[in-house]
Ligand binder design. Structure first.
Ligand code: ADP
Length: 400
């Protein structure tokens, strides 16, 4: 039995999961929040089996977060002596044009991740801090970096170059890298397996719609279009991110209202999307307000859905048809309203939603299209941690 520890290290949080890969079963998971909090109030959650513990402690930095994680395993199990990880898999957001698949961490790999920080300032630094903290805690086993961008390295120039001065773009590495690749890959593969069809034969559109959201067109298992761009800001309307916007709107805000870079960054990344449109970034609240007759909430959801339909239409053309549409992540898995509104009136394309199947709550992969629908529409719960663990074993050559 091979056990893999998966680590997702953000600027102020550390998520982890211990997975038994022989059964692809999660043994424990946890979350350490508010790392580096000025008041020293970190929140630590650990789940093992049916037991969930929450405690508070000061967590000064990522090294300290790993100490807390080890303490969780020692006090609440499972014991790492009994289930010793054979490798650690790390989520890394930006792999640029250097990493087209998982990479066993070496000094050179760490250096490359560091050099890519300017392309993902909010993510690659904390990801690297996580790798370094984990190496202190688990020195003797391999560490593997699994990149969010890697799955999209198959994008053509036509879909990944921006139409700006080529020399400027090359010097500053400005192009579409995409994101959520680990999830899109997992969902596309799980879909093919569920339908018992070879992935090589399938044209799939994956709609990963959560707080962050992106669409991906997958042709024969390869990503050919994706909606996030150089950074995870482009594309769909998200919880707090604007998605697509005319860049000239920013020039205008700068000239007319004195917005500087930090203010624009804050506006587009943290105060836009559903939050900007409606005042709340949680779709459940938006739906509740619509049901109570709130027109601002209704218009906000219309903008949100309009953008989804825009990308869907574009990907139907890019793929030359579609066999499967797969919904995943917080909204995609849980919101019948968004799914129904996005796919309405597409019977002429062979896309037919079954209202009862769409409204029913459920677990696992399930079909929500009618039996007659030419295009199958599925809900496919994503599992990025499992995908990272799989790729970690693949990169190290260790068997499950
Ligand atoms: P992240 O991108 O942070 O991983 P998630 O995929 O967890 O986000 O998605 C979180 C979002 O999913 C929430 O903000 C909420 O809008 C939405 N969501 C979760 N549950 C439901 C539900 N039952 N109905 C509608 N939306 C939901």
């Amino acid at each position: 039995m091979s056990v893999v520890l998966v680590v997702n290290s953000g600027s102020s949080s550390l998520k982890y999961q211990l997975i038994d890969m022989s059964a692809e079963r999660t043994l424990a998971s946890g979350l350490i929040e508010r790392i580096g909090d000025a008041q020293g109030q970190g929140v630590i959650t650990h789940k093992a089996g049916d037991e969930k513990v929450v405690r508070e402690a000061a967590v000064a930095n990522h090294d300290a977060a790993f100490d807390e994680m080890l303490r969780n395993f020692a006090e609440h199990g499972p014991s790492l002596d009994e289930f010793p990880p054979v490798a650690v898999g790390h989520r890394v957001v930006q792999g640029g044009r250097r990493f087209f698949g998982p990479a066993v961490v070496t000094d050179k790999v760490e250096q490359d991740i560091e050099e890519l920080i300017p392309l993902a300032p909010l993510h690659n630094g904390p990801n690297l801090a996580g790798i370094q903290g984990a190496k202190h805690a688990f020195g003797s086993i391999p560490h593997v970096a699994v990149f969010d961008t890697a799955f999209h390295s198959t994008l053509s120039d036509a879909s990944s170059l921006y139409a700006i001065d080529r020399a400027v773009a090359e010097e500053y590495r400005i192009r579409r890298y995409g994101a959520h690749g680990t999830s899109h890959k997992f969902v596309a593969e799980a879909t093919a397996e569920y339908l018992e069809r070879p992935i090589e034969e399938l044209k799939t559109i994956v709609l990963h719609v959560g707080n962050g959201a992106s669409a991906c067109a997958v042709d024969g298992g390869r990503s050919v279009e994706t909606s996030m761009g150089m950074t995870p800001l482009e594309g769909l309307v998200m919880g707090t991110r604007s998605g697509d916007i005319d860049p000239a709107a920013l020039f205008h805000l700068h000239r007319k209202a004195g917005y500087d870079i930090a203010m624009l960054d804050d506006l587009l990344n943290r105060r836009s999307g559903l939050l900007g449109l409606t005042g709340t970034n949680d779709l459940r609240d938006v739906i509740a307000r619509i049901e109570a007759g709130d027109e601002v909430a209704e218009t906000g959801l219309e903008v949100y859905v309009h953008r989804l339909r825009h990308y869907l239409g574009s990907y139907l053309v890019a793929l030359g048809g579609v066999d499967v549409i797969a919904w995943t992540a917080g909204v995609g898995e849980n919101s019948p309203e968004v799914r129904a509104r996005t796919l309405r009136g597409m019977e002429w394309l062979g896309i037919e939603i079954d209202e009862a199947r769409n409204s029913e709550r459920g677990e696992g992969i399930r079909v929500i299209s009618t039996d007659a629908s030419k295009v199958k529409v599925l809900i496919v719960p994503t599992n990025e941690e499992l995908e990272i663990a799989r790729q970690t074993l693949e990169a190290t050559g260790i068997t499950a």
